[in-house]
Design a protein around this ligand. Structure first.
Ligand code: SF4
Ligand code: SF4
Length: 358
């Protein structure tokens, strides 16, 4: 078959976003002059041409059923100009080219129970991974944590009362996607994996499981006459990295898989370099359906930040200024030996900077 006869590859990546954009945005692409923030949840962008476009942002639950999606789209057709987009924090944004459409659009959204907000110095919608629904290794239902927390933080979403924006994240396992932010609520395993030796030989590719362990705690072993694996529990840091390639090494546990709360993770911005988040509360009960212990800690951190930080300081900037001892004093969180990183291996194996090195 000649090259000309061959089928062209079908690209399956992101579709071209331009085809879905509001016409005013296409017309003024790359020609924006400045923007304003007339009220929480609304932004207006002015173009060099004199055009303006209003964006109205509402929170959604991210895992959307088709009826809710239809409802959101109907609102877009009836009250906006028929163009929407979803942000990475599960907000829906409607674009309108006339200011007169903004208030009726907000009213329609609120009438259906959606909350408008999440812009500027508010608590933005909590980003979460969604492993409970589709992944093979989750230790908690991150979307449930988000629902329980946002129910209590919703006034901080619909108002702009924080020193700067606050990005909160959750993740449903300890090692993979998710869990980086001003405040991160992450799974924390506290016991080594339990091995089902009857299944290892049939299910796991043992050399790759051995290679997965960051502290070389896994060895091949014969157990009951079958090839299996064993874990040196003194070395194991309970990271859970062996569980995805080898499900018989079960690490999730209703009692011993906890939540940990980390603060101060941030990309670089105009004021500061990128910063790693740091553990501030460990061993927090993973307690569905409302996760009251984790929510109480997040509220304590937000309260101290709101009262003590200067305007436009992000959480990491605030802690850099006041220092960690003062952070623990202001939040009332106990400082324990678990907050001190005394793992000797980290000197060689962990980056000490958040910059990506090539
Ligand atoms: S955080 Fe972990 S469990 Fe959750 S979706 Fe990502 S990889 Fe899966
Ligand atoms: S949990 Fe982590 S440290 Fe422990 S054996 Fe598995 S990969 Fe190694």
């Amino acid at each position: 078959m000649s090259l000309a006869d061959m089928r062209r590859p079908i690209e399956s990546g992101c579709p071209d976003g331009m085809q879905y954009m509001h016409p005013v945005m296409i017309k003024n692409f790359g020609q924006w002059k400045y923007h304003e923030h007339p009220r929480p949840g609304v932004l207006v962008h002015y173009a060099e041409s004199g055009d303006a476009i209003w964006t109205v942002r509402a929170g959604t639950q991210r895992i959307l059923d088709v009826y809710t999606l239809r409802k959101l789209c109907d609102i877009g057709d009836q009250y906006a100009d028929g163009h929407v987009r979803f942000t990475i924090r599960s907000n829906i944004e409607y674009m309108v080219a006339e200011e007169a459409k903004v208030e009726p659009l907000i009213e329609a959204l609120e009438k259906e129970g959606f909350v408008v907000g999440g812009t500027k110095n508010s608590v933005a919608f909590i980003a979460h991974t969604q492993g409970w629904l589709h992944c093979d290794i989750p230790g908690t239902d991150a979307s449930g944590v988000v629902k329980a927390m946002m129910d209590e933080l919703i006034d901080e979403f619909r108002n702009c009362r924080m020193p700067n924006r606050v990005h909160i994240t959750t993740s449903c396992c300890q090692i993979n996607c998710g869990g980086q932010g001003d405040i991160a609520i992450n799974v924390q395993h506290t016991k080594p994996p339990r091995i089902n030796h009857d299944l290892v030989a049939n299910v796991c590719e043992r050399p790759s499981v051995v290679a997965r362990c960051p502290v070389a705690a896994i060895r091949p072993a014969m157990v009951n006459g079958k090839p299996s694996l064993e874990v040196d529990e003194k070395k194991c840091i309970c990271c859970g990295a062996c569980y995805p390639p080898c499900p018989p090494m079960q690490i999730n546990d209703p009692e011993h898989s906890k939540l940990a709360i980390w603060v101060g993770g941030n990309h670089s911005n105009a004021r500061s370099k990128p910063s790693f988040q740091k553990l501030v509360a460990g061993g927090v009960p993973n307690n569905p359906p409302r996760w009251p212990e984790a929510t109480a800690i997040v509220k304590k951190i937000l309260k101290a930040y709101k009262e003590d930080a200067r305007d436009w300081e992000r959480i990491n900037d605030w802690i850099d200024r006041v220092g960690w001892p003062r952070f623990f004093e202001l939040t009332g969180l106990p400082f324990t030996k678990y907050h001190i990183d005394n793992w000797r291996g980290s000197r060689k194996s962990l980056n000490s900077s958040a910059y990506i090195r090539l």
